[in-house]
Design a protein around this ligand. Structure first.
Ligand SMILES: Cc1cc2nc3c(=O)[nH]c(=O)nc-3n(C[C@H](O)[C@H](O)[C@H](O)COP(=O)(O)OP(=O)(O)OC[C@H]3O[C@@H](n4cnc5c(N)ncnc54)[C@H](O)[C@@H]3O)c2cc1C
Length: 388
């Protein structure tokens, strides 16, 4: 019964899976919720589609895990989500309301399929979800969010900016983690960004941002951010890491995917002895390999680090002249030309390495697939979620 009833849980899972585009039960839930509590609408940006899609995805994943009778990962995911949602000022009353509205939306959506068993499973699953989120939020006594002031905005290439902030209070995180960020140009449109340096006790933090075509927040950050802007950051997420006792490391960074890997590398510099780390850093044009000078500095003092620059095209476009010169200094590997996944796997499958891949969704998928095709064990490959 309830959470043990896999058939009933599957009915609930399928309702969210069928709403993967944010329609069906998910659309019904949001309109009912805002009807019951109009103030909740103000927590979201004008275009709700990404939130509806992400909500459908999260609910079908959690329910899929419950169908498989796995609770550990969903519980830690929900707890983290609960801690994170403190930044919206969500209270236990909101969770109770959301639970009731979700229950009613499922009941209406499932109509004929709504049996006493499904009702039972829905109540228990929703109690678990809202209970874990609310409980984790209550148990957390750290700040709900961190605020900071932009102190530097460096336009390092046409589509790329490095943004440095001074936080009002230091944000604790592990190198390789990411946070959600809200910028003043796009209120309520939180996006994930990965700090490019380890946590700093004085509150300094740096992000590397690349515009995506028609991207709301990335375009604002690259084109409009200025010193003095106030940003809001969530608590950290993610577990990308290097185990110093688990052998040598391959890192593959596409564009600003470098940020979390750079933070991990900077974290490793605290030790003299480390596993060997080979970093492939790729961009479309040579001029987009914006951080080679810093990587060169780190590699020059840390013999365990090798850096291979890779660009898709052999030469630079005309606009490159407007940005800093990032010709690889002597001491780094010679820049190679080609698709990052092809260049990396031309050396083999790297099956004996811990492998960390970071970049846009397309690059990450292609690189992971190419490495697995060359024999790298999937369980040795880490990457962040490809979307929210
Ligand atoms: C775990 C994680 C960490 C991240 N860290 C960083 C980081 O350090 N630096 C950074 O620049 N970005 C990072 N991103 C991507 C970032 O969170 C945003 O998704 C990206 O900046 C686009 O937001 P937007 O508002 O500009 O685009 P939106 O307005 O949200 O989307 C516009 C269009 O772009 C597409 N799109 C969205 N994201 C991407 C993407 N990543 N690549 C290609 N197309 C996309 C959408 O599907 C849509 O069609 C990270 C993403 C994740 C999931």
């Amino acid at each position: 019964m309830g959470l043990d009833d896999r058939d009933a849980l599957r009915v609930l899972h399928d309702a969210f899976a069928a709403s993967a585009d944010g329609s069906g039960v998910v659309a019904q839930f949001f309109s009912r919720w805002f009807g019951t509590n109009p103030a909740a609408r103000d927590l979201f940006p004008a275009d709700l589609t990404p939130q509806r899609v992400a909500f459908a995805h999260a609910m079908s994943w959690v329910l899929g895990e419950l169908v498989a009778q796995r609770a550990q990962e969903p519980v830690s995911f929900l707890a983290q989500l609960g801690r994170d949602h403190r930044k919206y000022g969500v209270t236990q009353r909101d969770y109770d309301l959301v639970g009731r509205v979700l229950h009613a939306s499922l009941r209406d959506e499932l109509a004929e399929q709504w049996t006493p068993q499904v009702d039972d499973a829905a109540r228990e699953a929703l109690n678990l979800i809202t209970g874990v989120m609310g409980g984790a939020a209550d148990a957390e006594d750290g700040p709900a969010w961190w605020e900071g002031t932009v102190v530097e905005h460096l336009r390092v290439s046409r589509d790329l900016a490095v943004v440095r902030l001074q936080l009002d209070h230091p944000l604790p995180y592990y190198p390789g983690q990411y946070v959600k960020v809200e910028v003043p140009q796009c209120p309520r449109s939180w996006r994930y960004l990965s700090p490019s340096m380890p946590a700093d006790e004085t509150g300094a933090i740096e992000f590397h941002v690349r515009t995506v075509p028609a991207g709301l927040v990335s375009t604002a950050v690259v084109n409009e951010t200025q010193p003095g802007d106030r940003w809001r950051l969530s608590s950290p997420h993610g577990g990308l890491h290097v185990d110093r006792d688990a052998g040598d490391v391959l890192m593959v960074a596409g564009s600003t995917g470098l940020a979390p890997l750079r933070a991990i590398i900077m974290g490793l510099t605290r030790w003299a002895d480390n596993p060997r780390v080979h970093l492939f850093f790729g961009g479309r044009y040579p001029c987009e390999l914006y951080d080679l000078p810093t990587l060169w500095q780190i590699a020059a003092h840390n013999p365990w680090l090798s850096v291979s620059p890779v660009s898709e095209y052999p030469g630079d476009p005309d606009w490159a002249a407007q940005y800093p010169d990032v010709t690889p200094p002597r001491g780094l590997h010679v820049r190679q030309t080609g698709i990052l996944a092809d260049v990396v796997t031309s050396y083999g499958g790297w099956g004996d390495r811990q492998i960390l891949v970071c970049g846009g969704p397309e690059m990450t998928r292609a690189t992971v697939a190419a490495l697995i095709a060359k024999g790298a064990p999937e369980q040795r490959i880490q990457h962040d979620p490809l979307s929210e």
